[in-house]
Design a protein around this ligand. Sequence first.
Ligand SMILES: [Zn+2]
Length: 210
Amino acid sequence: MATPLSAEKLLGTLKDEGVQVVEHRSWRDNNRDGSGPWGPVHGVMIHHTATTETETTVDLCYKGRSDLPGPLCHGVIAKDGKVYLVGNGRANHAGSGDGNVLDAVVSERGLPDDNDTDTDGNAHFYGFECVNKGDGEDPWPPEQVDAVVRASAAICRAHGWGKKGDTSVIGHLEWQPGKVDPRGPGISMDDVRERVKERLGKDPDWSPDG
Ligand SMILES: [Zn+2]
C-alpha cells in the first residue's frame, strides 16, 4: 500500500502514536504537486534544519526560500518534541538520491552506500526536518528523538511498513551523496530504526519506561 496518506489520515496516525501535533496554517493544501509526482510513497526521511529557532524554522519550511519553494518537508520536529505540520503532498526535502537505496527501502533490507543521484526522492519519501544546528555538536534532546521515532513509526504503521525486515526510515545522509543530516549527539539512524521497530511491535499508545 503505497498511496500517500490523506491529510486526515496523516494527522490521525500521528496523534494515535502519541505525537504532539501542531497544525501550521494551511498545511493540508501546501505542496509542490504541480512540479512532479507525489507517490507511490515508500519511506520516511529525517533531516536537520541547520537552524536554531522553532518559529522561524517552521515558517521557512512552510514557505520555502527564493531558490527552493516550500514546503521543505511535511513536518518540523522541534527540540521540545512538538511536530509542526507544514505540508501535505510533494515537498522539497529529499532531492535526487540513490535508486539502489530506494530499492532497499522498498524491500525493507539493509541500505547500500549512497553514491548516485538518479532518483527523485520527493516523490517517494515523507520528510521531517528537525531543529538542530547540524554542526555535529548541537545535542538532540530525548524529547525530540522520541518524536522522530513516534512520527516515523506512525507513518510506517499506517502503511504497514516494517514487517519484512528493516524499517523504512532513513536519514538524508543515507540517500544523497554529500549530505550529512541528521547528525549530532543523541541521534543515530540505526538507533531510530531499532526504536521504530520496537514501537511497531506494540500498540500505538505504548511508551517506553511505562
Ligand atoms: Zn536534509
